[in-house]
Design a binder for this molecule. Structure first.
Ligand code: 1OR
Ligand code: 1OR
Length: 377
């Protein structure tokens, strides 16, 4: 029997690979339904942007995975046009490096400083304790002096950095535009490692400082899957909340890292009027009933649904909760704690304040007088 060689087109291989990765990451259950949805999105995306969800041309190992995108790398995280949530990764890389655990021994004092520094790192939120320990083992100290360049835009990514102390500026573009300042907290250097692309910004120390670094292999082996899954999971929610459109792509990704999923059954109270505020909520599924305590008991003042949010008022005004919130049916929400709220939702503050002004006019409509308004603010 004569053997005929069939050439597998690169585009077929890439599309199928991307489909398989998306399926494995999301584990949606029904493969056919998922395939229909996936390929429909791919087609729509191509019609709108001229490129597929991720892959339309083969990449070499040295080539940036997202280099098929015509935009400069930096703009991908600054603009708002395209999805930056659904990127590629190679799950096989996980297995290859499973046995190469990196351990930098630490004194108790070092470990305690390190634990303090990583407490609020959003990317680490999705990790279980075992993964967290592996990361802590692999991190190593790096002292820096003023003017030290820790990351240079365009370089390959080597490490991810967590700040223990010091002030650092981020600069972008040929004109080194100052885009961000880190002060004694936070982390940087995740993008090049997550998306396998050149460094998107330059990071320079302004003061003396102390950093904790994590090598690229350990970062990718442990964090890639959880970070991608979480970012993917919250893509739809973040895109469905009009207020969040004010955020830049880079800020939206950070928000996805910060969101904490919570569920409530019918009738369950989510927020109690008068309590101190610990965060705010975005509704993913279900209906939330907002009630205010009146002399005759609780009165429903509003019903909120998917894409809407609540619990922001007390955070903006620094007052106790102005109303109670109840799950009317099964409700799924994404919670942002105060810390992440202050760090990430600054750009939405004007919109939130405008909506709060609306509460006041609604209040007048509902109760026919302004007598209760002082209580809201
Ligand atoms: P990296 O691995 O690309 C540079 O190395 C790091 O700078 C990057 O990861 C981020 O951790 C950090 N856009 C892109 N990267 C930023 C930005 C940023 N700010 C800090 N980094 N923008 C500023 C958003 C407030 C958008 C600029 C157009
Ligand atoms: P919070 O942190 O005070 C209760 O916790 C939340 O209910 C509040 O944030 C808002 O997100 C949400 N007045 C006060 N809070 C309201 C109102 C409201 N609607 C929603 N919330 N209204 C004025 C009437 C008394 C709205 C009427 C439509």
């Amino acid at each position: 029997m004569s053997k005929q060689k069939v050439k597998v087109p690169d585009s077929l291989r890439d599309v199928l690979l991307e489909f398989s990765i998306a399926y494995l990451l999301e584990q949606p259950g029904d493969v056919i339904d998922f395939a229909v949805d996936f390929f429909t999105k791919l087609q729509t995306n191509r019609a709108q942007t001229g490129i597929g969800i991720g892959v339309t041309k083969p990449t070499t190992p040295d080539e940036s995975i997202i280099s098929q995108d015509e935009e400069p790398v930096v703009n991908r995280f600054a603009g708002r046009r395209k999805s930056v949530f659904a990127e590629q990764y190679d799950p096989e890389e996980d297995e290859e490096e499973e046995n190469n655990k990196v351990i930098f021994p630490k004194t108790d004092e070092q470990r305690s400083r390190l634990c303090d520094s990583v407490k609020n790192i959003l990317l680490f939120r999705a990790l279980d304790p075992e993964q967290m320990n592996e990361i802590l083992d692999a991190m190593f100290e790096k002292k820096v002096k003023p003017e030290d360049v820790i990351i240079r835009q365009g370089d390959d990514g080597d490490n991810f950095y967590v700040i223990e102390s010091g002030i650092y500026n981020a600069y972008v573009g040929d004109d080194n535009k100052h885009v961000h300042t880190y002060e004694n907290r936070g982390s940087f250097g995740e993008l090049a490692l997550l998306y396998n692309m050149p460094r998107a910004a330059t990071i320079k120390a302004v003061s003396e400082g102390q950093l904790w670094a994590l090598d690229r292999q350990t970062f990718r082996r442990i964090l890639l899957k959880s970070a991608f899954r979480k970012r993917k999971m919250y893509e739809a929610l973040i895109n469905s909340v009009p207020m969040l459109k004010t955020l830049q792509n880079y800020e939206r990704l950070n928000l996805a890292d910060a969101l904490i999923p919570k569920v409530f059954g019918a009738g369950e109270r989510i927020i109690k009027q008068g309590d101190a505020a610990d965060g705010m909520y975005f509704i993913e599924e279900g209906t939330v009933s907002i009630k205010i305590l009146q002399d005759a008991g609780e009165v429903e003042i509003s019903k909120l649904e998917k894409g809407q949010y609540f619990g922001e008022l007390a955070l903006v005004t620094h007052r106790p909760r102005a109303a109670s919130a109840y799950a009317q049916d099964n409700v799924k929400v994404a919670f942002v704690d105060v810390d992440a709220f202050e760090r990430l939702l600054g750009p939405c503050m004007d919109i939130m304040k405008r909506n709060i002004d609306d509460y006041e006019s609604q209040l007048v409509k509902i109760f026919g007088s302004k007598s209760n308004i002082a209580d809201i603010r």
